[in-house]
Write a protein that binds this ligand. Structure first.
Ligand code: C2O
Length: 621
């Protein structure tokens, strides 16, 4: 199936690597539905913790769709009717790229938090200011290639180097632009209202929930890594990546655990520079990450089921729901756009595994799930940078998926994406401006990723119900989308029938235009963790589909943004239907049944539009 230009095999990492890393559970991935991955694996399963729970999750209560009134929701959120969402969306005649902010204008939104004891990171938002003008960054072309290693497989020598670099960074005073505090604050500044957009004094800059997500974080990690290398005078230094897309990397990397480093002499205590006290202690190794994570409940899976679920979620996010740039990178965000009023989708990796891992690592015993579980504090956990290295790697992997199955795995070509820019302190403490267009080739940035097998590529989900006309049989029982009064509230399960624009298309036609399900105009309380699941033709037989079933199209999820003022946000989600409808043999059907199931923080969420559209490689809804 996949033709992949990277060194990619489905064989697992040699078993010897497990010996060096007792914290790294090594699994044989025996999920029954994964096709290619089962054949090469001979490893012991060390899934101990949750083996006795074989139950599927409890069925959700399903209720038929009903129209709801937005005014009531605005009142619930403490806003008057006709508040934030009455603005008319003008055509983008004067579109322009997001411009580099001026660091000296950064305002710290964490100082505006009303209840100080509710959060641990205050004054967390603004990197040190500088009077110096911003220069365009010149990428060193002669730099030595840095290879980012798999965090679970690093050598003792690497660990020592990492400790030395992180300890040096932590030893710098907060006012130093290379200090760990200064680096951590960058994240808050760019996502919790530190900056307003140049020329738009009321519009905050936000690098999440849009096509800025991948390039901004690529540059952020680039400088973080270069600074660490400079601190230890080692230009080969590269960040480790948390290989959560491979069963051998699905627990927290062991060397981030423990307040002190292991030491032969127990009277000498050396702090572990990779440690952060604010993590969920139930999720320390050997717990397996739950990529379908929601804060209030766990999946109830055995470890083997969890791995199978994770691999099919990776497949959905990387393949089925990401056929082109629009879907993979997320919606457009240009100068003057309002980040709390996104008209487009968040990309499936950002909204999916990226958000799930953040929420899963953050300390659920603290009010705002610090550090990783909230945007303003995430940069204070060294694991953030290792998590994001793998997020960054998914961009490279997606781009390397080439061939007839993936004709549109290319970056956006819109000048407003290419020319969007950010400011960072470089490894020489200079304030530099960097552009999206200059980070597209990681070869030019002189780094690469140590190869690791991609078992999710062979983990296409399987349809549970192969009955055609599931939706047609419900006409008269479930409302058609045009009969529904939008927006609808997601305080309960929503079911609706949606007519498809075309059916029985040829293989070639499906590669020219992707059939996509759009959940648009999602309005939510930005201070909460929010998650809902989206199903297609899921039958009401008492056991809802799970991520390993094709009927589970995916999820919308959004990490909490603790903010100085109330944040009512708008966002969107897009799901691929080409493969899904093949899997459930519904390509001939005129209608699909769409079910939205609230999972967390959805009491006040509304959805303004549900539709199916054929999208070409460059089309926008
Ligand atoms: Cu900027 Cu993982 O978030």
């Amino acid at each position: 199936m996949a033709s992949f230009t990277s060194p990619t095999t489905f064989t697992a990492i040699p078993a010897t690597t497990t010996k060096r890393h007792p914290n790294s559970p090594f699994f044989s991935t025996s999920h029954h539905r994964s096709k290619q991955i089962t054949t090469h694996r001979t490893f012991k399963i060390s899934c101990k913790a949750s083996e006795n729970n074989e139950k599927r999750p409890e069925p959700e209560k399903l209720t038929l769709l009903d129209g709801h009134n937005l005014d009531r929701r605005n009142l619930l959120l403490g806003l008057g009717a006709g508040g934030l969402y009455t603005t008319v969306n003008l055509p983008k005649v004067f579109a322009a790229p997001i411009k580099t902010p001026d660091v000296s204008t950064c305002k710290d939104s964490t100082t505006g938090f009303t209840n100080l004891k509710d959060h641990i990171r205050s004054n967390a938002c603004c990197p040190p200011s500088s009077e110096n003008p911003i220069k365009d960054y010149v990428i060193p072309t002669d730099a030595v290639l840095r290879t980012r290693p798999v965090a679970h497989r690093v050598t003792e020598e690497y660990k020592a180097k990492y400790q030395k670099a992180m300890a040096a960074m932590r030893a710098l005073p907060d006012e130093h632009p290379h200090s760990f505090a200064a680096q951590a604050k960058i994240h808050c500044a760019y996502c919790n209202g530190g900056y307003f957009q140049d020329g738009f004094p009321t519009k905050e800059l936000q690098i999440h929930n849009s096509w800025l997500f991948y390039p901004f974080h690529r540059w952020y990690l680039y400088f973080f890594e270069k600074i660490l290398g400079t601190l230890i005078d080692d230009p080969t230094f590269a960040l480790p990546y948390w290989n959560w897309d491979n069963p051998s990397g699905m627990s927290m990397p062991g060397f981030f655990e423990g307040k002190y480093l292991p030491n032969a002499d127990p009277t000498v205590r050396v702090p572990n520079a990779a440690f952060d006290a604010f993590r969920n202690v139930d999720h320390l190794p050997p717990a397996i990450v739950n990529m379908d994570f929601r804060n209030s409940a766990s999946g109830g899976y055995t470890c083997v089921q969890q791995i199978g679920s994770n691999l099919t979620l990776m497949y959905k996010q990387m393949v089925a729901n990401s056929p082109n740039a629009e879907t993979f990178f997320g919606g457009e965000f240009r100068a003057g756009d309002d980040p709390i009023d996104m008209q487009h989708s968040t990309g499936p990796i950002e909204s999916g595994v990226h958000t799930a891992v953040h929420a899963w690592v953050g300390n659920n015993r603290m009010p705002n799930n610090e550090d990783m579980g909230n945007f303003y504090s995430a940069g204070w956990d060294p694991l953030f940078y290792t998590h994001h290295a793998n997020v960054d790697r998914t961009w490279k992997l997606w781009k390397d998926m080439q061939g007839p199955d993936y004709p549109d795995h290319t970056e956006p070509t819109d000048p407003d994406w290419l020319n969007a820019s950010y400011v960072f302190y470089d490894e020489n403490q200079e304030l530099v401006r960097v552009y999206n267009k200059d980070c597209v080739q990681i070869e030019n940035l002189r780094y690469e990723y140590e190869p690791s097998p991609l078992p999710w590529l062979g983990s296409r989900p399987v349809g549970r119900n192969k009955n055609s006309n599931v939706a047609e049989n419900l006409i008269g029982t479930v409302k058609k989308v045009e009969e529904v009064k939008f927006p609808v509230k997601l305080d309960q399960t929503v079911k609706v029938l949606v007519k498809r624009p075309a059916r029985n298309r040829s293989k070639q036609d499906k590669k020219k235009a992707y059939e996509l399900l759009y959940i648009n105009d999602i309005k939510l309380d930005g201070e909460k963790f929010v998650k809902f699941d989206v199903f297609v033709n899921d039958l009401d037989d008492g056991t809802p589909s799970t991520p390993t079933d094709s009927e589970f199209a995916g999820s919308f999820s959004q990490l909490a943004h603790l903010h100085g003022h109330k944040m009512l946000m708008r966002s969107g989600a897009t799901f691929g239907l080409n493969e899904l409808l093949e899997d459930i043999q519904a390509e001939n059907d005129e209608y699909i049944l769409v079910t939205l199931v609230p999972k967390e923080g959805c009491e006040d969420v509304t959805v303004g539009e549900i539709k199916v559209k054929l999208a070409t490689s460059r089309s926008s809804r």
